[in-house]
Design a protein around this ligand. Structure first.
Ligand code: DAT
Ligand code: MG
Length: 156
């Protein structure tokens, strides 16, 4: 099994405004995942629309894209790439369910937010979407190469 699997995590404007950036990063760090890249952006609506293109026919698509795409007011999103064993699946488990109301305590959404439209975080839902989303939001030179000194104590 590959422990260099990567996923795309975004702390949405509601998570940033609510001061939850540190708490969310802490959970991925403490689990043992490796931070590969991170930046703060005012996401353009075009990119957000592309990111959520699979949802384009849903009634909430416009509202979702205009909130994250900073149309209502200038808002920031924190974009990250995390790496580790089964991180796509494990990342989704750490996030909880799409609707915070259905998310178990202990998960990010189950602990830190209340409503569907303000669920504070995005995480890729498959290896395929992780690859697409990383390519959409990051340039290759933004991924810094380094070896984590924890590696041998996380993996046999
Ligand atoms: P997830 O973010 O868990 O991958 P998704 O990809 O189905 O969920 O939807 C993307 C985001 O859209 C989700 O995080 C919050 C918003 N959303 C989803 N379903 C919604 C709904 N029924 N009403 C309002 N917003 C919704
Ligand atoms: Mg999704």
């Amino acid at each position: 099994m590959a422990n260099n699997e990567r996923t795309f995590i975004a702390i949405k404007p509601d998570g940033v405004q609510r001061g939850l950036v540190g708490e969310i990063i802490k959970r991925f760090e403490q689990r043992g995942f490796r931070l590969v890249a991170m930046k703060m952006v005012q996401a353009s609506e075009d990119l957000v629309k592309q990111h959520y293109i699979d949802l384009k026919d849903m009634p909430f698509y416009g509202g979702l894209c205009s909130f994250i795409g900073s149309l209502l007011m200038p808002l920031n999103t924190i974009l990250q790439i995390w790496e580790g064993l089964n991180i796509v699946k494990n990342g989704r488990l750490m996030l909880g369910e799409t609707n915070p109301a259905d998310s178990k305590p202990g998960s990010i959404r189950g602990d830190l937010c209340i409503t569907l439209g303000r669920n504070i975080i995005h995480g890729s839902d498959s290896l395929d979407s992780a690859k697409k989303e990383i390519g959409l939001w990051f340039k290759p030179e933004e991924m810094v190469e380094y070896k984590s000194c924890q590696h041998g104590f996380l993996y046999e």
